[in-house]
Design a protein around this ligand. Structure first.
Ligand code: PLP
Length: 430
């Protein structure tokens, strides 16, 4: 496969953009090759600027549940553009979108639009702090909630630690209120709450960890989390930037039947346009300006084009909820196919699946948390990734990313991908 044009663009890109990309994972740096540059995409397929075609399992990292450039979703967008791209004063479509989200997510009353998942989580934490009058927040090791200072924190090796900034530029003073504890570990959770529970404003959690590969929360862990936060008057925030409207129409709230106090959404509710949102019960959300004293704003928040595409995708999903079963069946088929290859090759790697998400971990360990995920053989993954790309299959260029399925993926796509996966596993283990 030739990547001549991509290489030329990349050479130019690094002159003007740090690392040549606008988000680090796109650089393909962790898999040791240069990135491909995309020309266009349709359905489950994506084409690079050299004309190479790939079956796409990135799907823009989640939002494209109905595949790329789905005409049912994009129809009419040109008319919207012709009417104007942003007004800075309210539009009816923002209200329709808010109603759709509130109706879909049981237990929330009000929602505020922002422009990204990062903004959503950052704002939700501010509101939870304002609401409780407390400063501390708790997150889990391996969960990613965007790149705001307070959440860019890693923890010590599997122990309960105080925040240590993961990135230069994040002052230790800012993250001193961020506590970190292992995912899926009730004992550690109880220990930290016994010690400091009444000072914790909010716990933020990915109900299905999608940023350390794919690690679903165990039901008893989420139940314990709900119970302990209620006992301590701590706001429980579900970060559904990956799971919202993807794992079920009612999101993780429906999937686990556990109700958080607040929820954050991101890319998915924009169907590929830049969007985020945070939501919660009226009592909490009425803390937000201009009703309450907690300030949060955005010039482009609720942008009409993003609302248009996002609303059409959500309406489609609302009216065709059978797609969730279909997506799960496809993901199951893919996961089972991968397991069969592993068995044939005498490999005992862990394959995780939840709804339309699949992840092949290059480790024999069952992955329940960040520490388990860290046992993966990333070098072998890199060979595997490159061999997949060469065969026209695009997965996230890092071990710790899930494969995203869409309704556009056909059985033929999955069978082709499975043949490539079998070959790539063989190549990686030669
Ligand atoms: N939260 C989760 C669970 C995410 O996966 C991400 C991004 O992938 C974010 C927050 C941040 O979203 P954004 O990249 O839109 O800022």
């Amino acid at each position: 496969m030739e990547h001549k044009r991509s290489a030329e663009i990349f050479e130019e890109a690094v002159k003007y953009i740090p690392g040549g990309v606008n988000s680090p994972v796109r650089a393909f740096k962790s898999v040791g090759i240069n990135p491909i540059f995309i020309d266009h995409a349709h359905g489950s397929h994506i084409w690079d600027v050299d004309g190479n075609e790939y079956i796409d399992f990135i799907c823009s990292w989640g939002p494209l549940i109905l595949g790329h450039s789905n005409e049912q979703i994009t129809a009419g967008i040109a008319d919207m553009v012709a009417k104007g791209t942003s007004y800075g004063v309210p539009t009816a479509i923002e209200v329709e979108m808010a109603k759709l989200i509130v109706d879909a997510y049981k237990g929330i009353d009000k929602v505020r639009m922002v422009n990204s998942g990062t903004e959503a989580t950052m704002s939700a934490l501010r509101v939870a702090r304002g609401y409780t009058g407390r400063n501390k927040i708790l997150k889990f090791e391996g969960c990613y909630h965007g790149h705001s200072d307070a959440l860019l924190v890693k923890s010590g090796s599997g122990t309960i630690t105080y925040g240590v900034p993961t990135s230069p530029g994040v002052p230790a003073d800012v993250v001193k209120h961020t506590l970190v504890t292992p995912y899926n570990n009730i004992e550690a959770l109880e220990a930290i709450f016994n010690e400091q529970g009444d000072d914790i404003a909010a716990v933020i959690v990915e109900p299905i960890g999608g940023n350390m590969g794919l690690v679903p929360a165990e039901r008893d862990f989420l139940e314990a989390l709900r119970k302990i936060t209620q006992e301590h008057g701590t706001v429980l925030i579900f970060d559904e930037v990956i799971t919202g409207f993807r794992i079920a129409y009612g999101s993780s709230r429906e999937y686990f039947d556990i109700e958080p106090d607040m929820v954050c959404f991101g890319k998915i509710i924009g169907g590929g346009l830049p969007v985020g949102a945070y939501a919660g019960k009226a009592e909490i959300m009425d803390m937000v300006s201009p009703v309450g004293p907690v300030y949060q704003a955005g010039t482009l928040s609720g942008n009409p084009l993003a609302m248009y595409i996002g609303k059409k995708q959500l309406e489609y999903l609302r009216d065709h909820q059978e797609v969730y079963k279909e997506l799960e069946e496809k993901a199951n088929y893919l996961a089972q196919g991968i397991r069969t290859h592993l068995q044939d090759l005498g490999l005992n790697y862990h394959v995780a699946q939840a709804g339309s998400l699949v992840c092949l971990f290059f480790t024999d360990k069952e992955v329940r948390n960040y520490e388990d995920a860290m046992t993966c053989d990333t070098e072998k993954f890199n060979h595997y990734f490159q061999a997949l790309l060469e065969q026209g299959v695009l997965v996230g260029p890092a071990q710790y990313e899930a494969m995203f399925l869409s309704t556009a993926h056909t059985k033929e796509d999955l069978d082709k991908a499975l043949v490539a996966i079998g070959n790539a596993l063989r190549i990686a283990h030669n």
